[in-house]
Design a protein around this ligand. Structure first.
Ligand code: GLN
Length: 204
Protein backbone atom coordinates (compact mmCIF):
# COMPACT_ATOMS: atom_id res chain seq x y z
CA UNK A 1 0.00 0.00 0.00
CA UNK A 2 1.35 3.38 -0.86
CA UNK A 3 1.15 6.54 1.19
CA UNK A 4 -1.15 9.16 -0.35
CA UNK A 5 0.42 12.62 -0.21
CA UNK A 6 -1.56 15.72 -1.17
CA UNK A 7 0.02 18.96 -2.32
CA UNK A 8 -2.21 22.03 -2.07
CA UNK A 9 -1.97 23.17 -5.68
CA UNK A 10 -4.13 26.27 -5.88
CA UNK A 11 -0.94 28.32 -6.38
CA UNK A 12 2.81 28.06 -5.67
CA UNK A 13 5.71 25.65 -6.21
CA UNK A 14 3.72 22.44 -6.40
CA UNK A 15 5.81 20.10 -8.56
CA UNK A 16 8.93 20.75 -6.47
CA UNK A 17 7.08 19.59 -3.35
CA UNK A 18 5.72 16.54 -5.15
CA UNK A 19 9.25 15.55 -6.17
CA UNK A 20 10.66 16.23 -2.70
CA UNK A 21 7.96 14.08 -1.04
CA UNK A 22 8.71 11.20 -3.42
CA UNK A 23 12.44 11.51 -2.65
CA UNK A 24 11.76 11.53 1.10
CA UNK A 25 9.50 8.49 0.71
CA UNK A 26 12.21 6.67 -1.25
CA UNK A 27 14.73 7.40 1.51
CA UNK A 28 12.30 5.90 4.03
CA UNK A 29 11.37 2.88 1.87
CA UNK A 30 7.78 4.16 1.43
CA UNK A 31 6.08 4.29 -1.93
CA UNK A 32 4.23 7.57 -2.26
CA UNK A 33 1.39 8.54 -4.57
CA UNK A 34 1.08 12.32 -4.92
CA UNK A 35 -2.22 14.11 -5.60
CA UNK A 36 -2.47 17.78 -6.51
CA UNK A 37 -5.31 19.51 -4.69
CA UNK A 38 -7.24 22.30 -6.39
CA UNK A 39 -10.72 21.42 -5.18
CA UNK A 40 -12.45 19.96 -2.16
CA UNK A 41 -12.97 16.23 -1.71
CA UNK A 42 -9.36 15.04 -2.10
CA UNK A 43 -7.80 16.03 1.24
CA UNK A 44 -9.81 13.41 3.20
CA UNK A 45 -8.06 10.66 1.16
CA UNK A 46 -4.58 11.98 1.98
CA UNK A 47 -2.23 10.65 4.65
CA UNK A 48 0.13 13.65 4.34
CA UNK A 49 -0.31 17.20 3.13
CA UNK A 50 2.09 19.88 1.90
CA UNK A 51 1.19 23.54 1.55
CA UNK A 52 3.79 25.19 -0.72
CA UNK A 53 5.33 28.60 -0.98
CA UNK A 54 3.93 31.15 -3.38
CA UNK A 55 1.74 34.09 -2.51
CA UNK A 56 -0.02 33.74 0.82
CA UNK A 57 -2.86 36.17 0.00
CA UNK A 58 -3.76 34.07 -3.07
CA UNK A 59 -3.36 30.68 -1.38
CA UNK A 60 -5.47 31.79 1.58
CA UNK A 61 -8.23 33.17 -0.65
CA UNK A 62 -8.39 30.04 -2.82
CA UNK A 63 -8.28 27.41 -0.06
CA UNK A 64 -11.24 29.14 1.53
CA UNK A 65 -13.24 29.74 -1.66
CA UNK A 66 -12.66 26.16 -2.87
CA UNK A 67 -13.75 24.64 0.45
CA UNK A 68 -10.31 23.15 1.12
CA UNK A 69 -9.56 25.13 4.30
CA UNK A 70 -11.88 23.15 6.57
CA UNK A 71 -10.60 19.89 5.10
CA UNK A 72 -7.00 20.91 5.94
CA UNK A 73 -8.12 21.69 9.50
CA UNK A 74 -9.82 18.29 9.72
CA UNK A 75 -6.65 16.58 8.45
CA UNK A 76 -4.59 18.19 11.24
CA UNK A 77 -7.26 17.55 13.88
CA UNK A 78 -7.02 13.86 12.92
CA UNK A 79 -3.29 14.06 13.77
CA UNK A 80 -2.05 13.65 10.19
CA UNK A 81 1.12 15.50 9.10
CA UNK A 82 1.00 18.85 7.34
CA UNK A 83 4.17 20.54 6.09
CA UNK A 84 3.82 24.24 5.29
CA UNK A 85 6.62 26.20 3.64
CA UNK A 86 7.04 29.98 3.36
CA UNK A 87 3.68 31.28 2.07
CA UNK A 88 2.20 27.98 3.30
CA UNK A 89 3.57 28.73 6.77
CA UNK A 90 1.97 32.19 6.63
CA UNK A 91 -1.42 30.64 5.76
CA UNK A 92 -1.05 27.94 8.45
CA UNK A 93 -0.02 30.43 11.16
CA UNK A 94 -2.29 31.84 13.83
CA UNK A 95 -1.63 35.47 12.84
CA UNK A 96 -0.10 36.84 9.62
CA UNK A 97 -0.50 40.50 10.58
CA UNK A 98 -2.23 41.12 7.24
CA UNK A 99 -5.99 41.20 6.89
CA UNK A 100 -5.73 39.88 3.32
CA UNK A 101 -4.51 36.54 4.71
CA UNK A 102 -7.19 34.53 6.49
CA UNK A 103 -4.98 32.17 8.47
CA UNK A 104 -5.86 28.57 9.31
CA UNK A 105 -4.53 28.81 12.88
CA UNK A 106 -2.73 25.46 12.71
CA UNK A 107 0.70 26.59 13.94
CA UNK A 108 0.74 28.74 17.04
CA UNK A 109 3.04 31.46 15.69
CA UNK A 110 2.73 35.07 14.63
CA UNK A 111 4.49 35.91 11.37
CA UNK A 112 5.41 39.04 9.46
CA UNK A 113 5.29 38.72 5.69
CA UNK A 114 8.32 39.62 3.59
CA UNK A 115 10.28 40.70 6.65
CA UNK A 116 13.26 38.32 6.36
CA UNK A 117 16.21 39.58 4.41
CA UNK A 118 14.66 42.93 3.58
CA UNK A 119 18.01 43.96 2.18
CA UNK A 120 18.43 40.79 0.13
CA UNK A 121 15.21 39.24 -1.11
CA UNK A 122 16.73 35.77 -1.40
CA UNK A 123 19.61 34.04 0.31
CA UNK A 124 20.84 30.60 1.28
CA UNK A 125 21.94 29.68 4.80
CA UNK A 126 23.36 26.51 6.39
CA UNK A 127 20.92 25.63 9.17
CA UNK A 128 21.09 23.31 12.11
CA UNK A 129 17.66 21.72 12.31
CA UNK A 130 16.58 19.64 15.32
CA UNK A 131 15.59 16.10 14.42
CA UNK A 132 17.25 15.71 11.01
CA UNK A 133 18.58 12.30 10.05
CA UNK A 134 22.19 13.51 10.60
CA UNK A 135 24.10 16.54 11.90
CA UNK A 136 24.98 18.06 8.51
CA UNK A 137 23.68 21.64 8.19
CA UNK A 138 20.66 21.94 5.92
CA UNK A 139 21.03 24.25 2.88
CA UNK A 140 18.03 26.53 3.46
CA UNK A 141 16.80 28.72 0.61
CA UNK A 142 14.92 31.85 1.70
CA UNK A 143 12.79 33.76 -0.84
CA UNK A 144 10.91 36.85 0.39
CA UNK A 145 10.51 34.85 3.56
CA UNK A 146 8.32 35.63 6.55
CA UNK A 147 9.82 36.31 9.96
CA UNK A 148 8.35 34.31 12.82
CA UNK A 149 7.89 37.01 15.47
CA UNK A 150 6.20 35.17 18.24
CA UNK A 151 6.13 31.47 19.07
CA UNK A 152 3.24 30.39 21.28
CA UNK A 153 2.72 26.69 21.92
CA UNK A 154 5.02 25.56 19.11
CA UNK A 155 8.50 24.04 19.21
CA UNK A 156 11.38 25.84 17.47
CA UNK A 157 13.34 23.39 15.29
CA UNK A 158 15.76 25.89 13.73
CA UNK A 159 16.71 29.56 13.91
CA UNK A 160 18.68 31.92 11.72
CA UNK A 161 19.94 35.32 12.75
CA UNK A 162 18.13 34.82 16.09
CA UNK A 163 14.76 34.30 14.38
CA UNK A 164 12.93 30.98 14.45
CA UNK A 165 12.73 29.64 10.87
CA UNK A 166 11.41 26.10 11.42
CA UNK A 167 8.69 25.20 13.93
CA UNK A 168 6.56 22.23 14.85
CA UNK A 169 3.10 22.32 16.40
CA UNK A 170 1.77 18.78 16.89
CA UNK A 171 1.54 17.10 13.47
CA UNK A 172 2.32 20.38 11.67
CA UNK A 173 5.80 21.52 10.62
CA UNK A 174 6.35 24.97 9.14
CA UNK A 175 9.46 26.54 7.64
CA UNK A 176 10.18 30.10 6.47
CA UNK A 177 12.49 28.59 3.87
CA UNK A 178 11.98 26.23 0.92
CA UNK A 179 13.33 22.70 1.49
CA UNK A 180 11.60 21.58 -1.71
CA UNK A 181 14.01 23.69 -3.76
CA UNK A 182 17.09 21.70 -2.77
CA UNK A 183 17.87 18.04 -3.51
CA UNK A 184 18.28 17.45 0.24
CA UNK A 185 15.14 15.60 1.39
CA UNK A 186 15.83 15.54 5.13
CA UNK A 187 13.31 18.21 6.18
CA UNK A 188 10.53 16.47 4.22
CA UNK A 189 11.56 13.21 5.90
CA UNK A 190 11.34 14.93 9.28
CA UNK A 191 7.96 16.53 8.55
CA UNK A 192 6.30 13.49 7.03
CA UNK A 193 7.92 10.29 8.14
CA UNK A 194 9.33 11.08 11.58
CA UNK A 195 6.60 13.37 12.81
CA UNK A 196 4.51 11.89 15.56
CA UNK A 197 4.08 15.22 17.30
CA UNK A 198 5.29 13.55 20.47
CA UNK A 199 7.92 16.16 21.29
CA UNK A 200 5.58 19.10 21.38
CA UNK A 201 5.79 20.90 24.71
CA UNK A 202 2.41 21.39 26.32
CA UNK A 203 1.44 24.23 28.60
CA UNK A 204 0.39 23.00 32.00
N1 GLN B 1 6.32 36.70 0.16
C1 GLN B 1 5.36 35.66 0.01
C2 GLN B 1 4.11 35.94 0.83
O1 GLN B 1 4.14 36.73 1.70
C3 GLN B 1 5.96 34.33 0.43
C4 GLN B 1 7.14 34.02 -0.44
C5 GLN B 1 7.36 32.57 -0.69
O2 GLN B 1 6.51 31.72 -0.45
N2 GLN B 1 8.51 32.31 -1.24
O3 GLN B 1 3.10 35.38 0.57
Amino acid sequence: MSVVAGVIAVQGDVSEHADAIKRAGDAKGESVEVREIRESGIVPDCDLLAMPGGESTTISRLVHSEGIADEIRGHVEAGKPLFATCAGLIVASSDAGDERVETLDLIDVTVERNAFGRQKDSFEAPLEVTGLADDEPFPAVFIRAPVIDDVGNAEVLASWDENPVAVRDGPVVGTSFHPELTPDGRVHELAFFENDGADVPTLE
